[in-house]
Structures are given as structure tokens and as C-alpha cells.
Design a binder for this molecule. Structure first.
Ligand SMILES: *[C@@H]1O[C@H](CO)[C@@H](O)[C@H](O)[C@H]1NC(C)=O
Ligand SMILES: *[C@@H]1O[C@H](CO)[C@@H](O)[C@H](O)[C@H]1NC(C)=O
Length: 256
């Protein structure tokens, strides 16, 4: 289930970037005039725990909602995607139950304390450069949603889900075969990953001058600025790139 959640979110990020319908809104004059560079952009956080599912609200408005300390943590992590400039952020509670192959696709980018979690949590991201993918030029099929079509598509979704659930192939294999996933990962080369990992280790161990050099490299190694490198540099800069006394590689997540 954990593997499937990573697979699902990576596909959603790609599908939103490729959608011809959403692409036309990026050129909508009225919309762009009011909201500059407006585009549909989703971010996700994955965390594990329990939740109460129920209806919350008043007589006037009722929301189907999920509530628990763990959900609050998930929501704080989701907010943090903006600080790190990434789209999918995964807490260590999820990473530890992933298959080895899927886990290997993630990048450890920080260790933080979060209100609502008793223990500090490692955060990892799934790197996907969605700006690389081409918008599909195939126009959407003009679907008339009637009950028959709805039933058929629900059935198709069930079949696909059962297939994925029992699939012998690892979910990593499905990602590897997906050309859009490949495309979004091209700039995350082994050199990039190794340089960042080394920089992160040095940051974590308090060797901030060394970390600064490495993360400055990864900041501009790809076509666009690397968000996690930028976030760690920004954090170290506050202390002039000298780790505070008693530094243990953990800091409090900035409240958004
Ligand atoms: C979920 O929250 C509870 C209460 O704060 C905590 O005891 C538990 O460890 C959390 N679970 C995870 C997986 O973080
Ligand atoms: C930086 O991190 C790398 C990888 O963990 C390690 O080999 C190296 O010794 C570290 N450098 C310093 C100065 O701590």
C-alpha cells in the first residue's frame, strides 16, 4: 500500500503537467491577468498513523474529514513542501515500510521536529521535474457522463486496482517503465544525488562549511535551482554556516 501511494502521487504529478485542459488555463488571458503565472500545481505529504473519519461542521456546512495528531503532522509536512520547493514529501514512518526499490528513489533532505510528533522525523522527497514533460496534444475525448459510462469506468478502475494490488512486479518496475516518470527524473543524475547526499551528511554532522560547498554545487547543478539545497543553505546561513553548540542534525520545522 505504501509503494502504491508513492506510485499514485508520482502519476498524478505527471498527469497534471500533461493535461491539455489544464494547459489551456495557463494561457487564459483573464486568469493570467489577475493571477500571474497561474498554474494548477499540487503538493503531497505522506505520513503514517491513525485517523478518525467523520462528518465535522454545523447544520450549515458539513465536511467529511479525517482528524488525528498524525493527520496534523501530515498536514504540517505538506506545508513544508513549499519551503523545500518540491512536490512530494515522505516522512520516515512511510519510508521504512516501502520496498527497497521504491525507497531507493527517494532523497533524504532533512530531519525535523514537528508539533504533534513526539519524535523527530526524517523527511525525504520524490524528485520529479514536472516542467520537463510535454503537454499532450491529443484533445480529451468528449465524454458524456451518464450512469452507464460511470459504471463502466468505475469497474475499469477496480480491475486496474486489483491488478496492481496483486501484481508480482514491484511498483518501482512500473515507475521505471513509465516514460513520463523517466522524463521527470532525467536531471537527477547519480553525480547530483551523490553530491547532495554527501552535503546532507556533512550538514547533519555539523560540518557546515563543507556542506555549504557541496550544497552550493547541487543548488545550480540542474537546469533550475534545487529547492532542498536552497532550504538547507538558507537554514545554515542564519548561523553563518557554523553549527550551533550541541547540534545533532535536527531542527524545528518552520511554521508556515
Ligand atoms: C500517531 O500519533 C500518536 C499520538 O501522538 C503517536 O503516539 C504515534 O506514534 C503516531 N504514529 C506515527 C506513525 O507517527
Ligand atoms: C562529509 O561527508 C562525507 C560522506 O558522509 C564523509 O565521507 C566526509 O568525511 C565528510 N566530511 C567532513 C569534513 O565531515
Amino acid at each position: 500500500m505504501a509503494d502504491l501511494s508513492i506510485l499514485a502521487f508520482s502519476m498524478i504529478v505527471g498527469a497534471v503537467a500533461r493535461s491539455p485542459v489544464l494547459a489551456t488555463y495557463r494561457q487564459h488571458p483573464g486568469l493570467q491577468q489577475r493571477l500571474r503565472d497561474c498554474r494548477v500545481d499540487l503538493s503531497f505529504a505522506l505520513h503514517r498513523g491513525w485517523a478518525i473519519e467523520g462528518a465535522v461542521g454545523s447544520d450549515f456546512k458539513i465536511d467529511a474529514s479525517y482528524i488525528s495528531p498524525n493527520v496534523s503532522v501530515a498536514s504540517s509536512i505538506e506545508h513544508a513542501t513549499r519551503q523545500y520547493g518540491i512536490r512530494i514529501l515522505v516522512s520516515e514512518t512511510v519510508r521504512e515500510i516501502l520496498s527497497k526499490e521504491v525507497s531507493a528513489k527517494l532523497r533524504l533532505i532533512d530531519k525535523v521536529t514537528i508539533k504533534g510528533s513526539r519524535v523527530p522525523l526524517e523527511l525525504s522527497c520524490l524528485d520529479l521535474d514536472f516542467r520537463r514533460v510535454q503537454v499532450e496534444d491529443r484533445p480529451e475525448l468528449p465524454i458524456v457522463w451518464n450512469s452507464r459510462y460511470r459504471f463502466k469506468s468505475r469497474h475499469a478502475i477496480e480491475v486496474r486496482k486489483n491488478h496492481l494490488w496483486t501484481d508480482q512486479f514491484s511498483k518501482a518496475h512500473i515507475m521505471n517503465k513509465d516514460p513520463h516518470f523517466q522524463e521527470m527524473r532525467t536531471e537527477y543524475t547519480t553525480v547530483f544525488m551523490q553530491t547532495f547526499n554527501m552535503g546532507y551528511q556533512n550538514y547533519s554532522q555539523g560540518e557546515w562549511q563543507v556542506a555549504k560547498n557541496l550544497l552550493t554545487k547541487t543548488l545550480s547543478m540542474r537546469g533550475e535551482k534545487d529547492g532542498p539545497s536552497e532550504a538547507l543553505l538558507r537554514f545554515m546561513e542564519k548561523d553563518n554556516f557554523k553549527a550551533p553548540d550541541g547540534w545533532r542534525g535536527i531542527h524545528a520545522l518552520e511554521e508556515a
